[in-house]
Design a protein around this ligand. Sequence first.
Ligand code: GMT
Length: 386
Amino acid sequence: MEPFLKIGITCYPSLGGSGVVATELGKLLAEKGHEVHFISHSVPFRLGSYHKNIFYHEVQVSDYYVFRYPPYDLSLATKMAQVAKNEGLDILHVHYAVPHAVCAFLAKQMVGDSLKVVTTLHGTDITVLAQDESLKDLIRLAINESDAVTSVSSDLTRETREVLDIVRDIDLTYNFVDERVYYPREAKECRSDFADPGEKVLMHISNFRPVKRVNDVVDIFYRVNQELPAKMLFVGEGPDLPKIQHKIKEMGIEDRVHFLGKQDDIAHVISMADVLLLPSEKESFGLVALEAMACGVPTVGTVAGGIPELVKHGETGFLAPIGDTEQMAQYCIQMFKNSELAARLREACLDRARTEFSSELTTATYEEIYYRVLNRKLPALDPACS
Ligand code: GMT
């Protein structure tokens, strides 16, 4: 059977929420009968085993001796154009503006206007890189030249307009999780590896960059643990991790804190927690809070970026001003002391993840965008065709 569309996807294959979202989207599109071609320097880490309708094209970078910095971007643009021509791609969907949207722009120059480019903005491509004068004009060009631009939160759209003076349409496409993977798991046994039955479990999952304010996580935990018995589980790795480990030793709370490192089975790990802490300084969406929500775990975090669009204060978690660790600790304590409130939050999390951030909704939104830019009628897509 002929695929509905032939879609090229480029993302960062080895890290971050943008890569996760791009890969999961590709898998779902392939299940719906589209042909998906990932174009990148490595196989996306969430791709897993063989999938029907999914292909991977590796970008080879020239290491000719004159290059001080081997030009990945140019090789990527060329590969995008080659794949588009050889495979007859309809759409090139790039995740994260830098350099992917710029490469897609170049590829389109090589292929012609039949190739439509969809750019999804994820966060620091705008909130950090678009503020950098050495990149700003190029990012603006790539965004303006895309056939469609999507953003993962209204807040990110607002910031894109503000920072880059962008006036064009930007579609809102909230992130999603695959509900066949993210649901509350039976975690009693592994939870007992870390916490006694009477102890609450607080969790933080991140790449430990300064923007995550992991110091605040420690402060929140310290305050909570003074009020009631609790354990802190850190998941992930990154530049601030050694500082945090040092601080925990200095505070003499090593016996109450566990570092799990990078974990693959996040749904299982999150299901051990009573609360996810996300006190970030910036977060265009906060995919991990959605992963937690889908597993029935509320988030206590900050009113930063797109977080309030995801976490409904008082319904699926609690939000405080950036840096207000006292307030965030109070919210945790309030939840832990009131089992009715905790149960209500848990139910609201499950309901909100299923209804507002379902994979079906997001995939359908992207499909509508693809057909719109191709100026084709959206066919009645049959999920059974895969
Ligand atoms: O922009 C980054 O820091 C990396 C990026 C990523 O690849 O994980 O994170 C951003 O995109 C995610 C997926 O859309 C969002 O959930 C994160 O909130 C966002 N990070 C920031 O805005 C700091």
